[in-house]
Design a protein around this ligand. Structure first.
Ligand SMILES: [Zn+2]
Length: 342
């Protein structure tokens, strides 16, 4: 089993292009290379950070994506990371988000790389887990494609191991590139979202898992950005079509520093108490059981505190994705349906 990651971070644009050059983009790309390169799940051979000369044209960038997608085998993970400028035109066919490359020009869609190209190459790949991390403006419009059914079409079917992870920006036009001074020195010059994500990967998490799964990463990065003293345009990371329990990175916190694995199996009531106390971080194990999951969501949803009800909705969202086999979903819904539809 091998993994392949392509990191795309075009930082420099022509002076008269109308697009701002940000050194933070290039630095983030380099740091993805370093952090993934030192992760035993990846290693230097598995990660390709496109050099500046390969970031100028759509052809060069897509060539690298296509080649990584073609080389991946069943069992592999294919990760595409894009850091840079995003654009969105409602009047191009299919409302696609577009990614900037070095030769892009402001307000000229034909000079930007359509996200559809990236999706298509990933869809055709034989990799078992395919993840796109998009750190750019308008990245929130990527999952919206799915909600409208377009992504489903683009990806053919919603494959169990396909996921789009985006840093949704509240202000879609904000070029939130300036680094976060609260991060460790080598990550301060990254864009805030990538800086915090890489911080979590470097430091690891207290969660008992040996791996950082998609779901765990979502929780921990969100927490890291919320807790950070710098007022960030907070990301609303969206996991789209992926299994939250799928491992993507190594948890680098040494085992003695982590929390002990809670004794299992926990009853619905025990789960509820734990989540009210500690939040919904890392509830992957709960999802092993559709009945208990349904009971937990139902109990949480009936609490008066807004924050607790929010946890219920979050778990429900993941459960809807997770229990994609009709018989499992039926078991889940039998417990939670009456409460949520009330
Ligand atoms: Zn921060």
């Amino acid at each position: 089993m091998a993994s392949r990651a392509i990191v795309i971070g075009p930082a420099n644009y022509a002076r008269d292009s109308g697009i701002a050059s940000h050194p933070e983009i290039a630095h983030s790309a380099r740091m993805y290379g370093q952090v993934l390169g030192s992760d035993p799940r990846w290693g230097p051979e598995a990660v390709e950070v496109l050099p500046p000369e390969q970031l100028t044209t759509i052809n060069d960038v897509m060539g690298a994506v296509q080649s990584a997608a073609d080389q991946a085998e069943p069992g592999d993970t294919l990760l595409v990371v894009y850091i840079g400028h995003g654009a969105y035109w409602a009047d191009v066919p299919g409302d696609q988000v577009h990614f900037a490359v070095g030769s892009s020009r402001l307000r000229q869609p034909h000079t930007w790389m359509s996200s559809w190209y990236v999706y298509r190459a990933m869809r055709r790949s034989r990799a078992s887990l395919k993840v796109l991390i998009a750190d750019c403006c308008y990245s929130n419009m990527l999952p919206q494609l799915s909600a409208e059914g377009t992504l489903r079409g683009v990806l053919g079917i919603v494959h169990e191991g396909t996921c789009v992870l985006t840093a949704t920006k509240n202000d879609r036009n904000a070029a939130d590139a300036a680094g976060c001074p609260r991060l460790p020195a080598d990550l301060q010059e990254c864009t805030p979202f990538s800086g915090h994500l890489l911080n979590v990967l470097t430091r690891g998490t207290k969660h008992y898992n040996d791996e950082v799964t998609l779901g765990l990463m979502l929780d921990v990065v969100q927490e890291d950005m919320q807790r950070c003293g710098t007022p960030h345009d907070l990301p609303n990371m969206i996991l789209n079509g992926g299994r939250e329990g799928m491992p993507l990175f190594t948890n680098r916190m040494s085992p003695p520093d982590r929390e002990r694995m809670p004794s299992a199996p926990a009853s619905a009531e025990e789960w509820v108490e734990t989540m009210k106390r500690e939040g919904a971080q890392g509830f992957d194990r709960l999802l092993n059981d559709p009945v208990i999951t349904g009971q937990v969501v139902s109990l949480l949803y009936q609490q008066s505190e807004e924050a607790v009800r929010h946890i219920a909705l979050r778990v429900n969202k993941r459960a809807n994705q997770h229990f994609d086999r009709p018989e499992l979903f039926a078991q889940y819904w039998a417990e939670v349906g009456p409460t949520l539809s009330a």
